[in-house]
Design a binder for this molecule. Structure first.
Ligand SMILES: [Zn+2]
Length: 441
């Protein structure tokens, strides 16, 4: 009798647990099979060994295999501003420290180096996709491609001039040209990224809205971050920022509002009715003393909420493990309900829900056959992780990014036993020192 032919595969991963996010929970003694950069199969380990002839097999004892984390909001290049201006409220921080430093120093080279540094930090911490917003998105795109990380590039728009562009029209035309050039890169996607209602005119918002509808590109903007922003809008426009955006027709399933800290019950309903998404960045909101977003109320109303780190100048770490734990603890503390944001929900916010906001949930965000193989192995053998009753609970309440050992993007290994495959830490450290020198000269 002929032996049964086994099916070919590139990679067979045998972790202790697969945590697929879809469905919730952990699968013990299961395998994930990868072929041509995508997830081919998820099945019991014994069946996988019998069915597949893999070019490479990797046993991951004591490890949980999770989908790559999706960072729903950041400014990667600002990693070069990490720690440059701490312990200040948002408007002082932004107007007196960050914007002057950006005006003087931000260039293509700055953005490339800062984005590489951020990509290295994110990949090593299990983040395989990020939603970025910064000047010179072309340089950021090149850095993300060099790092082999999945990224959504924000086509940034402001009314005022910078080293990157002279006015809103110039920002938009540069952004559109960049999208035309890079839209076939499989790891890259795009959003329109008007910075915030207080830096964008009605006319520019209108133009962005028309373009976003024509091109099917999401809109990604900071919204209701501080109480001052709302007071200023009432003075200037006679209405709160979200009402202004609603009247301009911007709210819809393609709208990602970052922060949504100061939203009242009517505004929560407004976001829910329009199918908007919210990027929740609790470390940044706490550090700038902006307040606490009503995450439980937003989610109960039906708003899709993902987690973001924001930039390293206001966090100061690009660490979604830290954000998961903080978001869960804050939600419980604020609501007085220990059942608020359970571990599985928070893990979903940091993966599938963030992917959904970016319109990437058909490609990433969960370990499901057919999706791209963006995968992260988390080692729970550490003494500080013992014993393991529930790996999902441990991923949120116990483990940290230091427990990430292996990372794949599109089926390609990016972190091998805690070592970055494509990026040189010494080179990145030297570049960071170079920019620190320039920023403090
Ligand atoms: Zn931000």
């Amino acid at each position: 009798m002929q032996p049964t032919m086994k099916a070919p595969a590139d990679l067979l991963l045998l972790p202790q647990w697969v945590v697929p996010v879809e469905p919730a929970g952990a699968l013990a003694d299961h395998a994930v099979v990868v072929q041509d950069g995508r997830i081919l199969d998820v099945l019991p380990a014994d069946a996988a060994r019998a069915r597949y002839d893999a070019a490479q097999t990797l046993s991951l004892p004591g490890q949980a295999l999770i989908p790559g984390l999706v960072n729903l909001h950041g400014h990667a290049a600002m990693s070069l501003f990490r720690g440059i201006a701490d312990d200040l409220p948002l408007m002082t921080w932004l107007y007196q420290r960050i914007w002057p430093a950006e005006k003087q120093h931000v260039s293509e080279a700055f953005v490339r180096d800062g984005t590489l540094l951020a990509a290295a930090e994110m990949l090593a911490g299990g983040i395989t996709t990020c939603n970025d917003m910064y000047f010179f998105p072309q340089a950021a795109g090149e850095a993300f491609l060099q790092a082999g990380m999945r990224a959504t590039l924000g086509l940034i728009v402001l009314e005022f001039p910078s080293a990157y562009a002279s006015d809103a029209d110039d920002y938009l035309s540069k952004g559109l040209a960049l999208r035309d050039e890079l839209k076939d890169e499989p790891l890259l996607s795009f959003t329109f990224a008007p910075h915030a209602p207080y830096t964008i005119s009605d006319a520019t918002f209108g133009r962005i809205n028309t373009l976003a509808e024509q091109l099917g590109v999401p809109i990604h903007t900071h919204i209701h971050e501080t109480a001052d922003e709302i007071q200023d809008s009432l003075k200037q426009y006679g209405m709160r920022p979200l009402e202004r955006l609603a009247r301009l027709g911007l709210l819809g399933p393609n709208f990602i509002g970052v922060h949504a800290v100061h939203v009242n019950a009517a505004e929560i309903d407004l976001l829910a009715q329009h199918g908007c998404h919210v990027a929740h960045c609790s470390s940044s909101n706490l550090k700038l003393a902006s307040g606490l977003a009503p995450v439980v109320e937003l989610m109960q109303a039906g708003v899709n909420v993902g987690l973001g780190t924001d930039g390293a100048a206001s966090n100061n770490r690009l660490d979604l493990f830290a954000e998961m734990r903080l978001a869960a603890l804050l939600a419980k503390g604020v609501s007085g309900d220990a059942a608020a944001l359970p571990a599985a929900t928070v893990l979903k916010m940091a993966t599938l829900d963030a992917a959904r906001a970016l319109n990437l949930d058909e490609r990433v965000g969960s370990i499901v056959p057919g999706k791209r193989a963006d995968l992260v192995a988390v080692d729970l053998r550490d003494l500080a992780c013992q014993p393991v009753f529930d790996p999902v609970s441990h991923l949120v309440y116990v483990a940290g990014r230091e427990h990430v050992t292996h990372v794949w993007v599109d089926g390609t290994l990016k972190l091998d036993n805690r070592r970055l495959v494509d990026l040189d830490p010494d080179d990145l450290t030297a570049r960071a020192a170079y920019w620190r020198g320039k920023l403090t000269a």
